[in-house]
Design a protein around this ligand. Structure first.
Ligand SMILES: C[S@@+](CC[C@H](N)C(=O)[O-])C[C@H]1O[C@@H](n2cnc3c(N)ncnc32)[C@H](O)[C@@H]1O
Length: 381
């Protein structure tokens, strides 16, 4: 029996029914056997799914261009001139996006490139190795941190000026899955049990996590929810965002993810939620089959992430589709000679990235910021 399956079976035997969030955590991140520990070719043509990064270098070049505009704005402030500017990526996987961004900055903004420190938040030693291989020529400019605690320790608790960003990180974080029992008029949590050789969905008779769903779901919806209506909630994603906000002294926090805005969260068109598994570019029939061999993902609840950032003192700057975000960057880049040559592959990549049927509408960008601490505001008058 594959070791990951054996491990999951052991946890089920110990707990009766395993919360789905724990199943997802093991399936994706179990050291040595989890999906993201072994599937280096993902995302990409040879893997199970594409991301904007796998469409080509334009996505990274646009993020680099926009980051340069933001970092130059921060750099002109007297507060920043004495501290270092950071560009921090999380969920960097094999380092492709970092490579695209650093190549553009080195070629098009050499001065800024010399000034900034590129940080990667990466808890997995295996993925750090992949990233170090890909970023060989930039190793002197990049610093790796296992998490935000590690980053704080290395910077002696000094907070950070710059940008923290991720592409498709939050939608890969474990989610709890809840169902509505219309007869009993209450929520229950979905867990995972064993049945013969298979893993199957099972209702948990007890759950410590029900508060999560009652907190998120408007009470007035309960009278109209169909039996079995399903939602996913990711405290891991909210906590991650809050922690990122906590280390940001000045600058922006940005995520690019599959996800839903406030008006889309409780749609009758998604009675079974948004949880999906991908295998070789197809939606898999059984999310619980072959743990460690298929990707598992759920749409990000953006209002919850936005609220987490605001509770940590950030201001929401914008929430837009990828098409809107990249089109705004294109308009600025087109007027800026330093962006570089625009060639036919760029046009093709731009179309894929922004077309509503491809990546343009499903991906959303949330940008929050912190301008300065009250003390700095006072000091600068
Ligand atoms: C869907 S992939 C996206 C990869 C890449 N950003 C891209 O767009 O092609 C998600 C990545 O996030 C990583 N990840 C998950 N949790 C993380 C965490 N807490 N900190 C940093 N990376 C994490 C996963 O290992 C995986 O490499």
């Amino acid at each position: 029996m594959p070791p990951l399956i054996e491990l999951i079976r052991r946890e089920i035997a110990a707990s009766g029914v395993l919360p789905f969030a724990r199943f997802m955590e093991l399936a994706l991140y179990c050291p040595n056997y989890g999906y993201y520990q072994t599937k280096r070719d993902n995302p990409g043509r040879r893997g199970d799914f594409y991301t904007s990064v796998s469409t080509g270098e334009l996505f990274g070049q646009f993020l680099a261009f926009q980051s340069a505009v933001w970092l130059e704005g921060l750099n002109s402030s007297p507060v920043t001139r004495h501290s270092s500017l950071c560009l921090i990526e999380a969920g960097a996987h094999d380092g492709t996006l970092a490579n695209d961004i650093l190549n553009w900055l080195e070629a098009s903004r050499p001065k800024l490139f010399e000034q900034i420190e590129y940080g990667i938040i990466e808890p997995s030693p295996t993925r750090q190795e992949w990233q170090k291989e890909k970023l060989e020529k930039f190793t002197s400019r990049v610093r790796w941190h296992t998490d935000f605690k590690d980053l704080k320790l290395k910077t002696q608790n000094s907070k950070l000026t710059g940008i923290i960003f991720s592409n498709e990180l939050l939608d890969a974080m474990p989610v709890h899955r809840f169902g509505w029992d219309a007869a009993a008029k209450k929520w229950f949590e979905w867990g995972v049990a064993g049945e013969g050789e298979k893993f199957v969905w099972a209702r948990m008779t007890e759950s410590r996590h029900l508060l999560l769903v009652t907190r998120h779901m408007p009470r007035e919806l309960e009278s109209v929810l169909p039996d079995g209506y399903t939602v996913e909630i990711s405290p891991a994603a909210e906590n991650w965002w809050r922690e990122a906000a906590g280390v940001l002294e000045r600058g922006r926090l940005m995520t690019i993810d599959y996800g839903l805005g406030a008006d889309e969260l409780f749609s009758p068109s998604r009675p079974r939620g948004t949880l999906r598994a991908y295998f070789r570019h197809h939606i898999a029939d059984d999310i619980l089959a072959n743990p460690g061999e298929q990707d598992i993902t759920a749409h990000v609840n953006f209002p919850a992430i936005q609220a987490a950032g605001e509770s940590a003192g950030l201001t929401t700057e914008s929430f837009s589709t990828q098409a809107q975000f990249l089109t705004r960057i294109l308009e600025k880049a087109a007027k800026d000679k330093s962006f570089g040559d625009w060639r036919a592959p760029h046009t093709r990549q731009f179309q894929t990235l922004t077309h509503p049927e491809h990546l343009g509408r499903a991906f959303r960008i949330l940008i929050q910021s912190r301008q300065s601490t009250p003390i700095q505001r006072l000091a600068s008058g």
